[in-house]
Write a protein that binds this ligand. Structure first.
Ligand code: AMP
Length: 658
């Protein structure tokens, strides 16, 4: 077989296997065989790049990243749907249809909670896909859509032009996995599968989108040049015959059946791979749709039924507190198990102290639960009449339930937070932050390695990193001997990063990179900072009262002191980097006189020392500069006598900033 025919045969076999797997959910080829054939195709394509076709399965992994999305005008607008909220409103809709039609039949479908897209094919080849946008103009997300395996790249029928519309979504199981991984990596989780799908489809880099494993259900034929159909269900059958995953639907002609089907769909939501945010009822006959017409925004021939959030009462067995990875205490009610919108609910978040107080939720109460956004259960209200005797208002604990450190309220009062620098609940996040590039910059010690170190009990505080051996690290998964040694070297190298980075790395509230630098420059050493009183801290530009209080609190806490002690023991530098490396004032002696506005004498002296200079109390021939503030007296005169350069406070500050 020549290479062209072999490439075509491979493409056909792989595409058929993909269709069986992703569209029919009926795999016909094992993964091993698939990967083997795919590799062969990749080899041939590498040899003959001019033979790569757009329908090749290799083109689904995502091409080059885009700068921005181009705009696409939709030849057939992507309309909205009118919402209805009760079976009665569905009946009214049916009555309106009956007024203009002899008889009517309806298609009832789940309303997929995702993003609407239009897919365009020319002569049977996928050429463009766009988001809905405002319905008339959307964004060109063709490259991202190519990564969705259930979208066929070529169709058996080669109509000159065909446009279908469907809903892209992130399957629920993919969503849960993705969020778990994001949390693990310290990234913000997505609120729901819809947001996750939207975020993925709008990635400029299709490779990112490819990893998100999006899926689609096609629910409408927008345009098919050269074909006519009598009904919606016929179009769906046709679309399915072209290799698409179509929306499950039932055609019914009595409104009572429609309402029953809506109920049945609602009950089956758990089994669906996508989130459902309603049921759509549409006229099935296409000529009938034309008779019913459209308003400016919505078709008159369809409505979207919105399910009321299901609510159920249950008894509060306990209120427990979880400590999040940032130290925030989140209270949860543990309730008697209750079935709610398709899942068994055993607990619900109470957010924070204010939420508990506002609703006055107590252990023993009966509360009404509902699922917000269909996912997270929440407490709607307390049934006061059912409150047993002897209950008490609930207050969050004042010490961390995990580590026993003091709990403080955030400055804005929303959250209560554990202050333990070595709190196990925060350890993973603290470690990854500690080692991150802008902090101690320890190469090769990412979130996954840290997780293993914690799970194996090798690391209980960031300081423990410095006591790890290459042998211990080499035992970890995906860590060879060589990378273990590299990690040990990187850890050792981080000892001399200096106070500014260390302060940032410690994760003291409100102490970011900038504050770390300012504090290090001002105090020169951790011990000097530890001695500083609140007033001294607050006097520093850029350090407010709140930050000063956090710093003092942090330093005073026993866990912090233990941590600092261990870091010192490990030989981690507690001095400002400038001081060890600082050469700016090396060999210079400064004398300070008069009142400085921006610094106290001690601070100015610390800054000079941090730059390798000396601060002296008396002027002599050896003095390099005299810094003269307000009302400078005899020292200034002496300097003038000896011809020593005199700096104003501004000039001195400018030198420091160099
Ligand atoms: P809305 O945006 O709330 O007016 O609802 C209309 C949206 O529902 C459409 O833009 C589609 O994206 C979406 N949708 C999901 N599933 C279906 C379906 N089976 N039929 C029609 N629209 C659907």
């Amino acid at each position: 077989m020549d290479y062209k025919s072999e490439m075509k045969a491979l493409r056909d076999r792989l595409n058929e296997a993909g269709y069986r797997y992703y569209v029919l959910d009926d795999p016909a080829m094992d993964d091993y065989e698939y990967d083997r054939l795919l590799r062969r195709l990749e080899e041939l394509e590498a040899e003959h790049p001019e033979e790569i076709t757009p329908d090749s399965p290799t083109q689904r992994v995502g091409g080059a990243a885009l700068e921005s999305f181009a705009q696409v005008e939709h030849p057939v607008p992507l309309e909205s749907l009118q919402d209805v909220f009760s079976p009665e409103e569905v009946e009214e809709f049916a009555q309106r249809m009956d007024e203009v039609l002899e008889t009517a039949a309806y298609s009832v479908e789940p309303k997929v909670d995702g993003l609407s897209v239009a897919l365009e094919y020319r002569d049977g080849v996928f050429v463009q896909g766009a988001t809905r946008g405002d319905g008339r103009v959307g964004e060109d997300v063709t490259e991202n859509l190519r990564t969705i395996k259930s979208i066929p790249m070529t169709l058996p029928d080669k109509l000159p032009r065909l446009i279908v519309r469907g809903e892209v979504f992130m399957p629920k199981n993919v969503f849960h996995k993705l969020n778990r991984r994001r949390e693990e990596n310290g990234e913000a989780p997505f609120a729901n599968p819809r947001n996750a799908a939207a975020g993925s489809l709008r990635q400029l880099d299709p490779k990112v989108c490819a990893k998100r494993l999006l899926d689609i259900r096609v629910f409408n034929l927008q345009l098919a040049e050269g074909r006519t159909f009598a009904s919606h269900s016929e179009t769906l059958d046709y679309i399915a015959s072209q290799g698409f995953q179509t929306i499950p639907h039932k055609v019914l002609d009595k409104v009572s059946e429609v309402n029953a089907e809506i109920v049945r769909l609602g009950e089956s939501r758990e089994e669906l791979p996508f989130d459902m945010d309603g049921a759509v009822v549409k006229l099935n006959s296409l000529p009938d749709r034309a008779v019913a017409g459209s308003t400016a925004k919505c078709p008159r021939w369809a409505v979207a039924y919105k399910y009321p959030p299901e609510r159920k009462p249950s008894r509060v067995l306990d209120i427990v507190v979880q400590v999040g990875r940032t130290g925030v205490l989140t209270p949860k009610v543990v309730v008697e198990p209750v079935r709610l919108a398709g899942t068994t609910v055993t607990n619900a978040t109470l957010h924070n102290q204010d939420f508990i107080e506002e609703k006055d939720i107590r252990i023993g109460d009966t509360v009404v639960l509902q699922k917000a956004g269909e996912i997270i259960p929440e407490v709607v209200e307390v049934l006061r009449d059912l409150r047993p005797e002897g209950t008490e208002p609930y207050r969050l604990p004042e010490v961390c339930p995990v580590c026993g450190a003091a709990v403080v309220r955030d400055e804005d009062g929303a959250f209560n937070r554990c202050t333990g620098a070595e709190c196990p609940a925060q350890l993973h996040r603290n470690l990854t932050h500690f080692a991150s590039r802008d902090a101690m910059d320890i190469d090769g010690m990412g979130p996954a390695v840290m997780r293993q170190l914690i799970d194996k009990g090798l690391v209980r505080t960031p300081a423990d990193l410095y006591f790890l051996t290459a042998g211990q690290l080499a035992d970890l998964e995906r860590m060879g001997k060589k990378s273990a040694q590299n990690a040990v070297d990187a850890i050792a190298a981080s000892k001399t990063r200096g106070l500014e980075r260390l302060l940032f790395a410690l994760g003291i509230r409100q102490v970011g990179q900038k504050a770390g630098k300012i504090l290090a420059a001002r105090f020169g050493s951790f011990d000097a900072l530890a001695q500083a009183g609140e007033e001294e801290l607050t006097a520093i530009d850029d350090v407010g009262g709140v930050t000063a209080a956090y710093i003092r609190e942090w330093i005073a806490s026993p866990q912090s002191q233990h941590l600092i002690g261990r870091l010192k023991e490990a030989g981690v530098s507690m001095e400002a980097a400038q001081q060890s490396a600082g050469e700016q004032f090396r060999g210079m002696t400064f004398v300070l006189t008069g009142a400085l506005e921006k610094f106290t004498r001690d601070e100015a002296a610390a800054l000079i020392e941090a730059r390798g200079g000396k601060a002296s109390g008396s002027v002599s021939k050896k003095t390099t500069y005299v810094v003269a503030g307000e009302n400078a007296g005899s020292k200034l005169r002496k300097a003038e006598e000896l011809g020593i350069p005199v700096l104003t406070e501004e000039e001195f500050a400018a030198m420091l900033a160099e």
